[in-house]
Design a protein around this ligand. Structure first.
Ligand SMILES: Nc1ncnc2c1ncn2[C@@H]1O[C@H](COP(=O)(O)OP(=O)(O)OP(=O)(O)O)[C@@H](O)[C@H]1O
Ligand SMILES: [Mg+2]
Length: 431
């Protein structure tokens, strides 16, 4: 049985994954706001939180299915992502915005107050326009039904209300016009009183920051091009299981599982053969011997099939090796998807809500497989809405909210004695 106290057990090992200041933006929208997380060998980390809080994005960043915007991720001894370019660029943009606000007078208190007044007046204008539209429609209706009892009085009242509202609208438009004129005047005053030393100090800061950002950009480009070569190798070490199983329906279960290991095995053997041949040509005797020992294509396929069969045994689905996914239940498909990820011998398994697309009666069989993997010592991060499962299996739970880890504690503590207000609110809805 695993030790459920990470501090006395797995924490004595080294973290397998470390993230620092992890930020992810999608089209300018910040989804991860600086995630600092350590995932130790052997840990089972559950990630919980409201929908849209960034749980999947965090998981996808860990295996570089999603390339982060900035921050650092290390895996084992390797830094697999590192960039501060967008942080430095944001600083540059902020300085430029500060200069623009100063030069155009927008950072002047009076201009700001006038701006707020104008916004209020504009809202009032829009509201009055809406009221006028509704009153006009009502007036039309009353005119069409004027022979109805009491319609005459109501028509008079509505027409009066309409006239009054139109007056208010004209007044509101006039006020808005006056505020605009005052703003223009104030901006002109501010412009004549601009302090050249403030502008030159901002210009100096912008020039320095431009240099810093340019250097960060060069580092970023260099890192990204190096990463292109290593990203596949990293993804192979992190098995990912999604909500929807993404099996290939035109391939048998066995072929689904062995496709990637066979492809990788062939590729690696080919590369090794090429290197050994070159060494052998230079007269390296060891290389010649190793060349003879390299596995052949059929051997690679056979080994992959053997391993797949063993793994199928672990999830109780050996008899399904030769069928096609369309003949399987959702629970069986997900168990196959888990085997497919395991077939790459990953160092960590990442599960993204592996049971949320399943019919309730199939949830248990998939959770059972994951629990067994956990008991066997597999390091895993699991995004889940199954709080009972998280409580039972996880060694640590992360509560993610609005792109940040708001609480990080063993399950007993996080569920039993939550500290963060948002977590308390979340748990009151899901427990
Ligand atoms: N590829 C993308 N392009 C643009 N926006 C995205 C993309 N992927 C995610 N987002 C946005 O990022 C935010 C976080 O999404 P994410 O899928 O990480 O949330 P989640 O916590 O996993 O939610 P759920 O519990 O519903 O699965 C959402 O607002 C989402 O719309
Ligand atoms: Mg998600």
């Amino acid at each position: 049985m695993q030790d459920k106290n990470p501090k006395t057990d797995v924490r004595s090992s080294r973290p397998l994954i470390v993230t620092r200041g992890l930020v992810k933006k999608f089209a300018g929208k910040v989804v991860l706001r600086g995630i600092d997380a350590d995932i130790y060998e052997g840990e089972k980390v559950a990630v919980v939180g409201p929908s849209g809080s960034g749980k999947s994005t965090f998981l996808r960043c860990l295996n570089l299915l999603e390339i982060p915007t900035s921050g650092v991720i290390s895996f084992g001894d390797e830094i697999i992502f590192s960039s501060d370019y967008f942080v430095e660029k944001d600083k540059l943009d902020a300085l430029k915005a500060q200069r623009k606000a100063y030069v155009t007078g927008c950072d002047d208190d009076t201009v700001r107050d006038l701006g707020a007044l104008l916004d209020g007046e504009k809202q009032k204008t829009a509201e009055l326009k809406k009221q006028i539209k509704a009153l006009k429609t009502h007036e039309k209706l009353l005119k069409a039904t004027s022979n109805r009892d009491g319609a005459g009085d109501e028509l008079v009242q509505t027409s009066e209300k309409l006239a009054q509202t139109q007056k208010e609208l004209a007044q509101s438009k006039l006020i808005a016009k006056q505020i605009k004129a005052q703003t223009k005047e104030r901006k002109a005053q501010v412009k004549t009183a601009l302090d050249p030393s403030v502008i030159s100090s901002l210009n100096q800061k912008i020039a320095e920051q431009k240099e810093v950002a340019a250097k960060a950009k060069a580092r970023h480009k260099k890192f990204m091009s190096a990463m292109e070569k290593s990203v596949d190798a990293h993804r192979r070490m992190t098995g990912m299981v999604f909500q929807h199983f993404n099996l290939f329906n035109n391939l048998s279960v066995m072929d689904n599982i062995t496709l990637a290991p066979v492809k990788t095995g062939l590729k690696e053997t080919k590369a090794r053969r090429k290197a050994l041949k070159a060494a052998a040509r230079r007269g390296d005797e060891c290389a010649k011997e190793e060349l003879l020992l390299l596995p052949h294509k059929l051997e690679i396929i056979e080994n992959a099939r053997k391993q797949a069969y063993e793994l199928l045994g672990k999830v109780g689905l050996q008899e399904k090796a030769d069928v096609y996914p369309s003949t399987l239940s959702g629970g069986q498909k997900q168990r196959i998807a888990i085997v497919r990820a395991l077939a790459m011998n990953p160092r960590i398994m990442l599960f993204d809500e592996p049971t949320s697309a399943l019919d309730p009666e199939m949830v248990g069989e998939v959770l059972q497989v994951i629990k067994k993997l956990a008991d066997d010592g597999m390091t895993m991060v699991i995004v889940t809405h199954e709080m009972g499962f998280a409580r039972e299996v996880a060694t640590r739970v992360l509560f993610v909210d609005e792109g940040q880890i708001k609480e990080d504690a063993p399950p007993k503590e996080l569920f039993g004695n939550p500290k963060n207000e948002r977590l308390k609110e979340f748990l009151s809805k899901v427990l």
